[in-house]
Design a protein around this ligand. Sequence first.
Ligand code: HEM
Length: 116
Amino acid sequence: MEVTPLAPARRISNRPAQHSELRLWSSCPDTLDSVLGGSSQIALSFTHDIRPLFRDSPDVDTMKDFGLDLSSYEDVKAKAAAIFERLKDGTMPCDDPWPKEQVALFEQWMEEGMMP
Ligand code: HEM
């Protein structure tokens, strides 16, 4: 009798797991509901959560003149500690300090590893 070998398991993707996916699954969800409702476990990202907090004008425009590009992930990541200090002590933005919830969001982004 001819035996047909089983097809090897198909890989869904060769892409390595993203940080946010690792965070999601490391929580070992018990039910599908907890997976679908687990978006709060995904790390904050610069593009989606932090960049929109900086106004194109005057924040980005003005600070570029002082050598800090608040629209650049690399720049904000490199200078995050100094930026956080100014946000926290309320001296920046100088015209309208951030509410504490917004400052806390920036701090959370730092603590989560400053995802792009
Ligand atoms: C490393 C952090 C930062 C440093 C050292 C810094 C420094 C400065 C300096 C020296 C000025 C001009 C003089 C002054 O008004 O004090 C300035 C202006 C300004 N900065 Fe920053 N800044 C920082 C972060 C930020 C951030 C995170 C924002 C926005 C979220 C911001 C928004 C502004 C604005 C809007 C002005 C213009 C103020 C005006 O002329 O009316 N800065 N900053």
